[in-house]
Design a protein around this ligand. Structure first.
Ligand code: ADP
Ligand code: MG
Length: 629
């Protein structure tokens, strides 16, 4: 095929879907097309500058790197041009015709069809180049890659429906220009004043100059180009000179988010290592927060030269929701990802930045309402830190929030410090129960004795919780204790009289214990009298070293082999059904009742029965016996 030939190609199906959605849900955020296009031009210039570090011939002496925005009111077009890295034909086809973000298909599935909600989601996804089609019904991109010949220019044209055209063109200059042919009802954007105010709003903190023609002068002189943005990297300015609005707009520029950030922290560090960081916590979690492969991290600059996006070495994985920039004075300009991984400077920057973020979160936690909003978005990820970050374990644990038997409903709003304050005088441990959902945790039979004694218990119901508890042995010198695990030892919370009483009951019921043990055989490791139940007849307990049930379910559902664990079956001598069992001479009746109690103990903790139908028929037999008197 002749390279100059015009070809028509289809958009990748995800791209097509996204295009369609964007046009139909972003009508109240139309202006962002400008931010996206200017940001692409800025990226292209950053990339060229970066490549020129090793190939200086790419950047001719005296060339001023800049973005131009031109307007043709009569034709109804806006053109955004840059003299950055440019694209060759293949680049244009793949970069402008497909979406490279991983997880796009799942993202699209997660959309609701509700335009307002979808607009939010798309905002977090990052709309990019395709936002042009919110206001334009035809987009023409002319581009030429740095280092290529004038004959290697490319023209890419699309109406944004299902396909685009590419053809080779002669192009004198390197870089890209994007021309938007505004839709009939979007001509309002073809207005110098309007456009300028949008540029001010969305592109002020682009560090490259954005040039526009002067607005009409009174004496009808030919208007000249002038810079319309601040064109100074925001983080290099002093904190007191930057307004909240400016911080907010800069955040939107680096994150492509629509919303203002929840909070930020801007710091210049001097001394052994010199760097500036500007870190943001978004208001909403990104759509791919749980996709471990998604690129994440800070934008890295070295002495104000852009080096890379998504430098993930500066923060631990559990702080992956943080956005922002770090600008180092010490790193070399040709630093690579590989070097970053080995450089000891990075380690100390990483621990300082981690502390900084934890301080930001700590500050948020001083206001309950704000912190709840933070927790609902990012709490699950923060829990990873309490398990993984050895250096900051206690600090992160202090930021965790839980539902407890003292709080209302599934909302996680109690700190460990508050729990410890409410502990009873003789209480030594922090008690918790872990289950698949809040309801199962809150209604666990294991809580009965704690309710009776008025001891607060943490109700853990996130998937990650039991895993977390494997790593979080103690907080503020207090050990954690799973109430469904091991012998229940309430320490001094039980008085002498209660202890003596327990021993007496145990001897009284040895006969029953043996009969049940024989019936259940290998199914359980032990049968014993319980001290933790008041209302339920029986429960199941994990022994001290075995895997918890919640953890088991997670592993099983991820298809991993899980070793069988035998559990301890505990029965409540105070319960009338257990008393009945103790007095039951008929072997069939005894077996039926004991097995029903055993299955019920599983049901109460949220375990699925292996043979639910057998359980139902046993129970029905008992009911019939009852009915027959
Ligand atoms: P993103 O910027 O997040 O990668 P976009 O949809 O905004 O996504 O852009 C897609 C890609 O198109 C960019 O990554 C870049 O490779 C290419 N591109 C867009 N605009 C330009 C430009 N002005 N100069 C060079 N390449 C560009
Ligand atoms: Mg972009």
């Amino acid at each position: 095929m002749n390279a100059a030939a015009k070809e028509t190609l289809g958009f990748q199906s995800e791209a097509k879907q996204l295009l369609h959605l964007m046009i139909h849900s972003l009508y109240s955020n139309k202006e962002i097309f400008l931010r996206e296009l200017v940001s692409n031009s800025n990226d292209a210039i950053d990339k060229l500058r970066f490549q020129a570090l090793s190939s200086p011939e790419l950047l001719a002496e005296g060339v001023e790197l800049a973005i131009h925005i031109d307007l043709d009111e009569e034709a109804g077009t806006i053109t955004i041009s840059d003299n950055g890295i440019g694209m060759n034909r293949e680049d244009a086809i793949s970069h402008l015709g497909t979406i490279a973000k991983s997880g796009t298909a799942q993202f699209l599935e997660s959309l609701t069809g509700d335009q307002q909600k979808d607009a939010q989601l798309i905002g977090q996804f990052g709309v990019g180049f395709y936002s042009s089609f919110i206001v334009a019904d035809k987009v023409v991109v002319e581009t030429r890659a740095a280092g290529s010949e004038p004959a290697d220019g490319v023209r890419w044209t699309s109406a944004g429906e299902s396909d685009f055209e590419v053809e080779s063109i002669e192009r004198e200059i390197v870089g890209t220009s994007v021309t938007l042919h505004l839709k009939a009802d979007e001509k309002e954007f073809a207005d110098g004043w309007r456009l300028r105010s949008i540029v001010k709003k969305y592109a002020d903190h682009v560090s490259v100059p954005v040039m526009m023609k002067q607005l009409a002068t009174e004496d009808d002189a030919e208007p000249e180009d002038e810079i319309v943005n601040t064109a100074k990297a925001l983080w290099t300015r002093s904190r007191t000179d930057v307004s909240d609005d400016e911080y907010g707009e800069f955040y939107k520029l680096v994150s492509h988010d629509f919303q203002d950030p929840m909070t930020w922290s801007h710091n210049k560090v001097e001394g052994k290592f010199e760097y500036t960081s500007l870190l943001y916590i978004p208001a909403k979690a990104p759509f791919d927060l749980y996709n471990r492969e998604s690129p994440r991290g800070l934008k890295l600059y070295v002495q104000r030269v852009f080096i890379m996006d998504e430098a993930e070495q500066f923060l631990p994985l559990y702080l992956r929701f943080v956005r922002g920039v770090v600008d180092s004075n010490d790193l070399s300009l040709n630093v690579s990802r590989e070097i970053l991984q080995k450089d000891p400077t990075i380690d100390s920057m990483r621990s300082a930045l981690t502390k900084r973020v934890l301080d930001m979160i700590e500050k948020l936690s001083r206001d309950e309402g704000t912190y709840q909003a933070f927790w609902d978005e990012f709490g699950q990820v923060l829990k990873e830190g309490a398990a993984e970050d050895q250096n900051n374990k206690e600090k992160v644990a202090g930021l965790l929030r839980f539902a407890t038997t003292a709080s209302e409903g599934p909302v996680q709003n109690q700190s460990l410090a508050a729990y410890i304050q409410r502990m009873q005088a003789e209480q030594e441990k922090i008690y918790y129960v872990a289950a698949e959902n809040y309801h199962t945790a809150a209604n666990s039979p294991h809580l009965e004795i704690f309710r009776k004694k008025g001891i607060e218990v943490l109700l853990l119901h996130d998937r990650i919780d039991e895993w977390l508890m494997n790593y979080l042995a103690e907080f503020d010198g207090k050990q954690f204790q799973d109430v469904a695990r091991g012998e229940l030892d309430l320490g001094d919370l039980d008085n002498e009289e209660e202890k003596a009483n327990q021993e007496e009951v145990e001897t009284e019921f040895t006969g029953l214990i043996d009969r049940v043990k024989e019936l259940l055989g290998e199914g359980v490791s032990e049968v014993r009298i319980t001290h933790r139940l008041t209302d339920s007849p029986a429960c199941l307990v994990v022994s001290e070293d075995d895997m918890g049930m919640q953890m088991r379910r997670i592993l099983e559902s991820s298809g991993q082999p899980v070793p069988e664990t035998q559990r301890i079956f505990e029965i409540n001598p105070e319960h009338p059904l257990v008393a009945k069992l103790n007095d039951e001479p008929d072997v069939d009746l005894f077996n039926n009742l004991a097995l029903v109690l055993y299955d019920q103990a599983k049901l109460a903790e949220g375990t699925q029965l292996e043979e639910p139908a057998t359980y139902v028929s046993r129970l029905n037999k008992l009911l019939l016996d009852l009915a027959a008197g």
